[in-house]
Design a protein around this ligand. Structure first.
Ligand SMILES: Cc1ncc(COP(=O)(O)O)c(C=O)c1O
Length: 385
């Protein structure tokens, strides 16, 4: 509750606790993960050569990523992914001309760590930065190290549907003195959201906490203001500081991070074991040495029409399957004109976009929800249950 009464002090404590948890010296908390990425990209640009203005993103990731790059005034360059891992197709990435590249952005989608050491080596070797995007992977680790901390700097998100949420929020972490100074220079000119805006956010947060119960999944359709499960491309969002009155809540949630992630992991392991040999379903190959947190459990349905049928059945059963992002980054219509080059046909990203299906893993998913989900999937795929 400290956040509500002594906001400045609670923000100080939040920053300190985040720094301790992720083992980083510098932490900045902004209004959203998008805002954090905009500020971070501008800071990376401020400490780099002017000739570097391109940012590499994987062909399949959240639309917020290219939107932040465009908002930061930089050029988006797309490199395809490997559908087996959802990580970059490293053969393609290593063939790219990186001489104009400011940063390569990781994805760590659904809390599954990318090959972050390799990515950091490629970026550093080319004189560019790795921006380790752990918006979906707070608490996931690779070889014992936190996702988000492998690059020059990283981000986390406190948005809806993330590991922990205060409705909105974005975090920058870095150990780099120059980047931290460049971020600090920008942050001192940013405003905090208005009290009215924050009050509205608290109202939405209460509505959201009700929705997490699987029996209420049908509700979001009636609460469009939450925008749950929707993906739009837009650059129309403010770049502001985090509302300090939320600081106390963020600290409380941070203390629960391990517990929440434990539940997500258990649900993820269950799905992995139950679905690994279902014909027509492919699971994602995880990076050796990784400790994923399964923000959602991703699977690929080889036949796109079957995926639609499966999604409809899961929805009818009151279970929260999602098709995730509607297209590859290369097919976002509003992004045309901002793309600095597609290094290939993005066939991997496009293939995944048509076949991705993610299952909820959050702590309120019950053993019965999981069993019903698996039964629906197996029956749909013609597999005995
Ligand atoms: C991979 C990835 N990066 C960045 C973001 C941006 O975070 P936010 O929603 O807090 O703006 C998101 C969130 O949707 C994301 O999934």
């Amino acid at each position: 509750m400290l956040g509500a009464f002594r906001p400045a002090r609670s923000m100080e404590l939040l920053q300190r606790e985040l720094a301790e948890r992720f083992g980083c010296r510098f932490v900045f908390v902004l209004s959203t993960g998008r805002a954090a990425m905009v500020v971070l990209l501008r800071a990376l640009q401020a400490v780099s050569e002017a000739a570097r203005y391109q940012v590499i993103v994987p062909a399949y990731t959240c639309y917020s990523v290219p939107s932040s790059i465009v908002k930061a005034g930089l050029q988006v360059r797309v490199v395809d992914i490997d559908p087996h891992t959802l990580d970059y197709d490293y053969d393609r990435l290593e063939r790219c001309d990186l001489s104009r590249v400011l940063a390569i952005v990781s994805a760590n989608l659904y809390g599954l760590p990318n090959d972050l050491q390799r990515l950091a080596r490629i970026a550093t070797g080319a004189g560019a930065h790795l921006l380790d995007d752990a918006a979906q992977a707070m608490g996931a680790r690779l070889n014992g190290r936190n996702c988000g901390t492998f690059g020059t700097a990283g981000i986390y998100s406190l948005d809806k549907g993330k590991v922990i949420t205060t409705m909105n929020g974005g975090i920058i972490v870095t150990d780099d003195d120059r980047v931290a100074a460049a971020v600090a220079r920008q942050v001192q000119h940013l405003d905090r959201p208005t009290t009215a805006h924050t009050a509205a956010e608290i109202g939405k947060l209460l509505a959201y906490s009700l929705l997490l119960d699987p029996s209420r999944y049908w509700l979001p359709a009636r609460m469009p203001f939450l925008g749950l499960g929707e993906t739009h491309y837009t650059v129309a969002y403010p770049v502001e500081l985090y509302p300090a009155v939320m600081g106390g809540l963020a600290r409380q949630l941070l203390r629960q991070l391990q517990r929440y992630n434990g539940a997500r992991r258990a649900n993820g392991f269950f799905y992995r074991q139950a679905l690994y040999d279902v014909p027509g379903i492919r699971l994602i190959t995880e990076q050796p040495g990784s400790d994923p947190i399964y923000l959602r459990f991703p699977l690929l349905v080889e036949d796109p029409l079957e995926r639609e049928r499966l999604l409809a059945r899961l929805r009818a059963g009151g279970l929260g399957g999602s098709s995730s992002y509607p297209s590859s980054i290369v097919d976002i219509a509003d992004l045309r004109g901002w793309l600095g080059g597609i290094d290939d046909d993005a066939s991997g990203g496009r293939w995944v976009a048509e076949r991705m299906l993610t299952l909820p893993t959050h702590p309120l998913v019950t053993a019965e929800d999981r069993r019903t989900t698996v039964t629906i999937i197996k029956k749909s795929m013609g597999r005995p249950v």
